[in-house]
Design a protein around this ligand. Structure first.
Ligand SMILES: [Zn+2]
Length: 322
């Protein structure tokens, strides 16, 4: 080692450390490519050319590249895993270190695969296989892997799946079943799933009620669906009571004469109004006790155009229509 080298070694700059790690990486990789059979740390490196800490960094970087290359085709096969383990051994990498590198890269692959699944809004059999294979490489069931490392992403995915499922203002039993099974595959418990979508479920149920009220009638089937929904979604009991009493009000209003002012707004218009006000009271932004009302009543010539209809909560409605 020259005197210049030893000066640098006593006060290494960041660049200097990086360049020395880089040259160690090069030495290791060259030796590994040229003599894979006889590769070892001691044959690859001249005795005095490294410091232990830098060598550790270099070994990890070499191993990381090996795993990255293996993943390039989207899988880390059994054979590749065996080869990788053999290289880890030759590099004298402790298990904690190579396992951490493998986990880190598996997480990147999993995130990408989950992102692709999310972009088309469903977790189909192919997505599932892909995710399963990735978690297999680090010996973890897919649900555990997803639940431990991708809990937030999984919940976000389920929320958007739920919104997609209820976009038509109905939640079919099959759709609900698919959501539950996806939650399960993503390592999210039933309870956690319901918690994750609680705002969306509340808004959805409110929408169903408002729609029934604006429609002016409620069929036995709709009532059944509502009860099923309230049970499945495990809504709080005060909200269930509210929903049930609102449905009952619709029933009783059908016979009442006042009802004519509020009821029967055409379905497409109802959807537009709901979106326009984002499921909130136009006056106070409340998300419950909502009604769709004509600003100018029908009896006074008010029409069915969008500009004449508002979403108001009962409290604000009492003030404007008192
Ligand atoms: Zn209001």
């Amino acid at each position: 080692m020259s005197s210049a080298d030893s000066t640098l070694a006593s006060q290494p700059t960041k660049n200097d450390v990086e360049s020395r790690v880089r040259s160690l990486i090069e030495l290791l990789e060259n030796s590994l490519t040229q003599n894979p059979e006889t590769f070892s740390i001691s044959t690859a490196l001249p005795v005095q050319s490294y410091e232990p800490q830098l060598l550790d960094q270099a070994k990890q970087a070499v191993y990381r590249k090996v795993i990255e290359r293996a993943w390039e085709d989207g899988q880390f096969t059994r054979d590749e895993q065996q080869t990788a383990r053999w290289i880890a051994e030759r590099l004298e990498l402790p298990e904690g270190e190579f396992a951490a590198i493998e986990l880190d890269l598996a997480k990147k692959q999993f995130a990408a695969a989950l992102g692709r699944a999310m972009s088309d809004g469903s977790l189909d059999a192919d997505d599932e296989r892909r995710l399963q294979k990735i978690s297999d490489t680090i010996g973890m069931p897919m649900a555990t892997f997803a639940g431990v490392f991708f809990h937030a992403e999984g919940e976000k995915f389920l929320r958007s799946m739920f919104l997609e499922a209820v976009a038509d203002n109905h939640l079919l039993t099959e759709e609900w079943g698919a959501l539950l099974s996806t939650a399960n595959k993503l390592g999210i418990s039933h309870h956690e799933f319901l918690q994750a979508i609680r705002h969306q479920t509340r808004e959805f149920v409110e929408h169903v009620i408002v729609d029934a009220k604006a429609d002016g009638e409620i069929s036995a089937h709709e009532e059944e669906t509502m009860v099923w929904l309230l049970q499945q979604l495990e809504m709080p009991s005060d909200f269930c009571q509210y929903a049930v009493s609102e449905m009952a009000r619709v029933q009783s209003r059908v016979q009442s004469t006042q009802a004519l002012e509020v009821v029967t707004i055409p379905p497409q218009l109802r959807t537009r109004i709901w979106r326009k006000y984002n499921g909130r009271c136009a006056a106070c932004s409340a998300g419950d006790y909502l009604e769709m009302v004509r600003i100018i009543p029908k009896s006074m010539g008010g029409g069915d155009d969008e500009s004449n209809i508002q979403l108001l909560c009962r409290r604000c409605l009492g003030q404007t229509h008192a």
